[in-house]
Design a protein around this ligand. Structure first.
Ligand SMILES: [Zn+2]
Length: 65
């Protein structure tokens, strides 16, 4: 199982920074917070490796309303 942290991501539950871990389970991408165990199923495609142009999208996903 491959796991990696999402740089700059903030957990919507506990607001911890850099605690969101992306991994693949049954060929589906899952995102879990290592601080509070919050689980985000089927994250959007933007939650991939951070690249320059997609940085805003990646951060945006985890912003609360
Ligand atoms: Zn959390």
């Amino acid at each position: 199982m491959r796991k990696r942290f999402i740089a700059g991501a903030t957990c919507p539950e506990c607001k911890a920074q850099d605690s969101m871990m992306l991994y693949v389970e049954n060929e589906r991408e899952m995102v879990r917070c290592v601080e509070c165990d919050f689980l985000m199923k089927e994250p959007q495609e933007a939650v991939h490796e951070k690249t320059g142009t997609q940085q805003d999208q990646v951060i945006g996903i985890f912003k609360p309303e």
